[in-house]
Ligand binder design. Structure first.
Ligand code: NAD
Length: 467
């Protein structure tokens, strides 16, 4: 039985209550049966429902935030998650119709015209991780609902407390409660879900992503995989180091580094290395742990004890191979939870796990480079390719950004995809597979295009009958 831990105290609070496979199948059947009526509501009708839901989410913001705080041990990001999902519901309600509008067209053959429409999948499955439980539980569900799909979502077993208050917001919008269900459960429930849906969106680690991809292939359904990252940042000569250090600190330590889009490696030209490191260390040391009280600092605990062990092993490996800890540098135990202060490492290289594998903690290893060529090569020397950052004068910084093998690059900032979702992006390497979760392409993942070709001509014997 999966135990649910309190990330601030380490105490076991309760166990999960997942549906058994038969119950899950009944839920999937009910949702699938409700999909046609949901589609018949049309974009305007679904938009109204999603807007009502956004209102209910805001009305229950305190309750939802409290549950997310209990799930994750941090407050600021929990408040942001609730605001973001309400905004997302309104945005997709407003834009879905235009993005999926039917298109008419003529063809090279006189008399034959086209009508291309979007046919939603009936039932979309969403499997999500623990680092932003609400946001990542709904980032795919909302556009899928707007497109006309029913959704069966299984958030992470590590952070299930927000599910109950979220369900209450859904229950207050009757049209929505027929087409959106959230279930508790661990890997077995996620695996069972794949066999019941028409399409799966998965956010999580690479090893699980591989399993989900293989299961989706066996079930012959599309899988959209949003996986890990090892995001690089390049600081070019001429960059504003004060600004770069503030952005890097935010990008590397927000949510205690537990974001796929965290900056996990910094490359700075050798002439500016020491100055950047000094700025990072000075600013990092002003960040306090949110302990003992939630409001006592900015940085929350590591949410998952398993991840704390990864952070610890990366730090130990780096130090054993010659890295210097400039500040932070250890996993601390407070009140049974796992905590890491913002950490700056120097003397790092690509033999170290901290430069190659996803750390998922507030750790900024800084490495000097001698040429921009070398910086780009180092940034691209990774199995991952989620996002990255470049600091420097424009347009040189944008030119370097265009050479990174990643799906999104922030220029003179970091981690902008955390709240700017307008630009389409695809993952490179092991960071994911499938269409863009961001931008207009996001909602198009949830439909199949259908083209009707009508021959309006009266000619009973067109030339192609004779070939
Ligand atoms: P995880 O892979 O351990 O679990 C993710 C989800 O998959 C959970 O809900 C889990 O129950 C479920 N699961 C486990 N086994 C399964 C199976 N066999 N079939 C179906 N579902 C299964 O990931 P995690 O530790 O919860 O999350 C951290 C990871 O998520 C990090 O690697 C992080 O980079 C990644 N992430 C990626 C993005 C992105 O947008 N690319 C965003 C956030 C997090």
């Amino acid at each position: 039985m999966t135990a649910v831990h309190d990330p601030r105290t380490g105490e076991v609070e309760r166990s999960l209550t997942p549906p058994d496979p038969a119950e899950l199948a009944v839920t999937a059947t009910r949702l699938r049966a409700a999909a046609p009526a949901w589609q018949d509501l049309g974009f305007a009708g679904r938009g109204d429902v999603l807007r009502s839901w956004a209102d209910r989410i805001e009305a229950h913001a305190d309750e939802l935030t409290a549950a997310l705080v209990a799930d994750t041990g941090r407050r600021t990001e929990s408040v942001m998650e609730v605001q973001q999902v309400a905004g997302m519901a309104r945005r997709w309600a407003a834009s879905a119709e235009e993005l999926l509008a039917p298109a008419t067209g003529t063809t090279a053959v006189p008399g034959i015209d086209l009508l291309t429409t979007s046919r939603p999948y009936d039932l979309v499955g969403v499997i999500s991780p623990w680092n932003f439980p609400l946001l990542l539980g709904l980032i795919d569900a909302i556009p899928a609902l707007a497109a006309g799909c029913a959704v069966l979502a299984k958030p992470s077993e590590v952070t299930p407390r927000f599910i109950a208050p979220l369900r209450r917001t859904v229950a207050e919008v009757p049209e929505l409660s027929g087409v959106l269900e959230l279930v508790e459960g661990a890997g077995e429930t996620g695996a069972a879900l794949i066999g019941l849906v028409d399409l799966v969106c998965f956010t999580g680690s690479v090893p699980t992503g591989r399993l989900v991809g293989a299961a989706a292939a066996a079930a012959f359904i599309p899988a959209f995989l949003e996986l890990g990252g090892k995001d690089p940042a390049i600081v070019l000569p001429g960059a504003d180091l004060d600004r770069a250090s503030s952005a890097l600190l935010w990008g590397g330590t927000a949510n205690a580094g537990q974001s796929c889009l965290s900056i996990e490696r910094v490359y700075v030209d050798a002439a500016h290395h020491d100055e950047l490191v000094d700025l990072l260390v000075t600013k990092a040391e002003k960040v306090r742990l949110a302990w003992p009280g939630l409001a006592d600092g900015e940085l929350g605990p590591l949410i998952d004890p398993a991840q704390a062990r990864v952070v610890e092993s990366h730090l130990a490996d780096a130090v054993a191979k010659g890295a210097t800890v400039r500040t932070g540098g250890s996993v601390e135990r407070h009140g049974g939870g796992w905590w890491v202060r913002p950490t700056v490492l120097t003397g790092v290289d690509h033999t170290m796990a901290v430069m190659r594998e996803e750390t998922f903690g507030p750790v900024l290893p800084v490495m000097a480079y001698r040429s921009v060529e070398e910086a780009v090569a180092l940034a691209n020397d990774s199995e991952y390719g989620l996002s990255g950052a470049v600091f420097g004068p424009e347009p040189d910084a944008e030119a370097v950004a265009g050479r990174l093998a990643v799906g999104a690059v922030s220029v003179n900032d970091a981690g902008l995809t955390a709240f700017i979702h307008d630009g389409e992006k695809n993952s490179f390497g092991l960071s994911g597979l499938g269409g863009s979760r961001m931008g207009a392409a996001s909602i198009r993942r949830f439909v199949r295009k259908q083209t009707v070709m009508t021959n309006h001509a009266t000619d009973p014997d067109p030339w192609w009958y004779r070939t």
